[in-house]
Design a protein around this ligand. Sequence first.
Ligand code: ADP
Ligand code: MG
Length: 322
Amino acid sequence: MDEFDFINKIKQNTYHQSGLIKGVGDDAAVFRQTSEDIVTAVDMFVEGVHFSKKTMDAHHIGYKVLAVNVSDIAAMGATPRYYLVSIACPDSYSHTYYEQIFRGMRDFASTYKMDLIGGDTVSGKELAISVTVIGTVHAGKERYRDQAAPGDIVFVTGTLGDSQAGFYILMNQLDGRDMDYFIKKHQLPEPRVHFVKSIKNIKRLVLNDISDGLASETNEIAESSNVSIKLINAYLPVSQHYNQFPYHLQRKWMLYGGEDFELVGTVSKDDWEKVKIAGTETNTKVTKIGNVTNQKVAGGNVVLVENNKVVPLYKEGYRHLK
Ligand code: ADP
Ligand code: MG
């Protein structure tokens, strides 16, 4: 099987998006978009850096690389519509392995009616996948991180630290309560696309997806908006059996772990009720975790109130090119 047979195998026979004019099969894809703004993002995933065969099978890899990218699109307030995939394929993997990667992507994509409209397939020494997602958003409804204002409520969706807990379970072959739940959170994350749609009528709202950990994402919001953020440790939401892990790890994963692909946001007190209603409507847990202030807080842009003490929270997520 060569590149062309392979493309034929992964190609969709039918497409979901009505705006699509030309998908896979020509020099480039064509789609028509008349009224909404286009939102696009790309992410690159390299074996050994972003994922490992030890903890992820081919299907998980495909599913997650697309989910991670869609999470960025959702955090902009947009609806994902199309994706393109460039892949460098080492000979050491079977064709079935690559097909399973694309099957994983398609399983994710079909939930949101997304279409694979192009890409590039090359041979390579290491498995590397680059995914580009294209979404749309009603003009003026983009959710920028520089829009936080003093007095806003800071909230998160879902629970924190589960993905890293799942990774820890896989790496250490642990046994305990809800192991499958944590593992699934790591291997098959669900970005908050539906929730984002249901808060689209709120005028001003900030969203960031938690790819690098709560500390890092809240610092980005505070820096961009030129405000300070005060978080309350006791408010941070965790899942039911999260407390079975060593305390120092619980704390680390919750604040710095990342890969939860939940959303952290800020919204005015007046609109907070609408956020809670959207949570109920889309079956999304939303929790108030702190406030935005214009007072400079000691030691940093973001602080955590923990056991009656105020500690600064710095960006401590994973860094490339450090
Ligand atoms: P070209 O030489 O014109 O770039 P290619 O052989 O690279 O053509 O690709 C042929 C078609 O298959 C194009 O529509 C391209 O977007 C699509 N394609 C190639 N690789 C992938 C891939 N990994 N995923 C999705 N579509 C792909
Ligand atoms: Mg090409």
